[in-house]
Design a protein around this ligand. Sequence first.
Ligand code: HEM
Length: 493
Amino acid sequence: MWLLLPIIAYSAIFLYVRHIYSYWRRKRFPSEHTSLSWQFLTLAYQREFRHVEAICEAYQEGRDRLFGIYCFFRPVLLVRQPQLAFSILQQSNGHFTESKWDCVKGYRRFNLLEKLSPMFSTRRLSSMFSNAQHVADHMMQYLAKREEQGQLELDLQHLMRIYAVNIIGNLVYGLDVNNFVQRDHLLNSYVQHPSQYGALQSFTLRGMPQKSSLAYRLIDIIKHNVEQREENGIIRKDMLQLLVKFRNGNDLSSDKWQIEHAIEEDKLMCIKRLAKVAEDLMHSALDGIASTITLTLYEIAQQPLIVEKLQTEIQELNLKDGQLAFEQLMGLKYMDMCVKETLRKYPPVPIIERVCRKRYTLPGSKLSIGVGKTLMVPLLAIQRDGRYFSEPLKYKPLRFLHNQPDGGGQQCPSVIASFGIGGAQCVAQNFAKMVIKLALVRLLQSYDLELDASAMVEVSHLPAPFISSPDGLKIQLKAREILRQSNYRKCSI
Ligand code: HEM
């Protein structure tokens, strides 16, 4: 009897695990070969914790447009073909819900992200540009100070993280914060890269809410700033102003920045919800901004010709006293190609993930996926696939010369999707490009880059790409002679 119990327990576990790992086969999807061997279980476990690299490997293993794999005990459907990913995500509404941005006011239910999208219109961005310039000025003043002290070898990854935090602090939280000098500011905690404090990489646990005392202190900041604007009529051209306008039911698509005050009962968002939106914007923005600037600098530092071309493009703007206009920034064509190439090679969101909420039949097939199952589009793997991009690991901005990526074989205009696919594309992509290009212009205008060729630089994913080497991205900046002759430094404050 005592011997029988463990045998029954073991058999039940064995059958249950085998049942899970036969999910895709039972549903007739092309899938990986599964077994209850140690090797397979380790692989499935690894995907849970080192998921980006492990999922890219699975993409390479598959042959069909769909490929069923397992992340620990979770059946995941990899969509390997870009066109199919586009058609699924374009028509995914209702099947793969995104409840995070759902908002209810009285009897009305609306998608907050859709309502907030005019915040990122070109007109609004152009008005916010001076605030972004102000943040870039802080960075340049910090570098000028280091130059005076003869300390121009620095970790550019860390520098760019401070810049990204300052941008969010300034434009989303409405604070005139400068973490280059204010080391004790609350937002400084976000400067540290998540990898440095051993953030959890688990897929499943990543989605769990993590309330910290920091989040509560951020609510206080928002509360104070919202009151200032609503009660004292303060106008500051930033995202917080637009969030407060939205809270008061004002039209965001007009040009006005002034808040038309609504009575408390008519407000569309409480302070707590507004603070949550600000926090979500920060989480969506930080890694993307910081990693794209850092990795662009990392790539171009290895190709001095690209740096030279970018510097020439900037020089041809003939900036008066070094002052850059929004339209000039957005018109930099070669710079745009470089940013696109960085986003292709290092997409900050390397995997687009959806959980099925309503049974979904895949286009052009009789196969369907059930409620609770995960679907993934491995952007990183697709954007490094030699079928769509020749020499995918080479950094070649000119592949975007004609606004379409070059193809190694089959051309596919839709393969570059770093800002997302379908209805859930990044609302803030123009804002992201603006602040990324701004930092690049300001740095390249003043400095040449020298990468230590002997330094071991390793790029990992968490899931956004970051340089995991102990020294980050150590680069020696060399002040450019051309700027010494101008009075740029004096005028850009
Ligand atoms: C290079 C920079 C960025 C890249 C490559 C990027 C990429 C993306 C992608 C791929 C998505 C869609 C994710 C999905 O479908 O699941 C997304 C969503 C989003 N992005 Fe961005 N993003 C960037 C910067 C920003 C910035 C600066 C902000 C805000 C200021 C922002 C705000 C958002 C928001 C609010 C969403 C919706 C998120 C959600 O539904 O959870 N992003 N972004």
